[in-house]
Design a protein around this ligand. Sequence first.
Ligand code: ZN
Length: 259
Amino acid sequence: MSTPPDPTDALSAVPAAGARRGAPVTGRLRFFYGPMDCGKSTLALQIDHNHARQGRHGLLLVRHDRSGTPRISSRIGITRGALEVDEDDDLGLVVRRRWAAGHRVDYLIVDEAQFLSRQQVEQLAELADDSQVDVYCFGIATDFRSELFAGSRRLFELADELQAVQVEVLCWCGAPGRFNARVAHGRVLRAGDQVLVADTAVAAVEASASTGAAAAITEGVTLAPTPATTVRYQVLCRRHFRRGDLGPNIAQEGQMILA
Ligand SMILES: [Zn+2]
């Protein structure tokens, strides 16, 4: 006596749970994204802590850490040492070297993942698929022009899971903050280099003719070539980002000063 086919399976190409047991196990590639100061690094360290407590071994990677030393540092004071990833590093090779040296790597935590190259994100996907490594990426989706960073773009395309981290960053109007506006002289900048070199509290635009920084300022404001112009970032909702409206209290010092 044969059992009739399960009608709920009729349109599904996905094997039932029993059959899936034979399928290859893969890791997951996840991308947690949000504006500056939304708690991404804190979440990264929390996830690392949770895994480590389960006896899993992780490797922490970071691009352009804000502290200037390779570590994942949250603004609430928790810090862990990390491996600095350079532009040309093959992340698959980085992990395989760890394995060759006798270390376990069950999962990766990657902070400032927006700065990864397209290829590096693809290497992370490969680690998940072929080496069963779970990969947790944390980063900012869009730059000061509201356009995707290269690493974030590739993560949006490839990740198994995308999660917006919207902890406590609000625009001055109270709406959820979504965009990192680059601000100088009380104005929102609309053009310029995507990444400013800034590993201290104050980012400085090198207002040389070659970078075109002075010419990049909107609305005819010209930067003095010297001294360097102080640039800060302010998180805004889309409406106020589009309008360049920094709110009634423009001098919000202490709020996100850096790239
Ligand atoms: Zn707003």
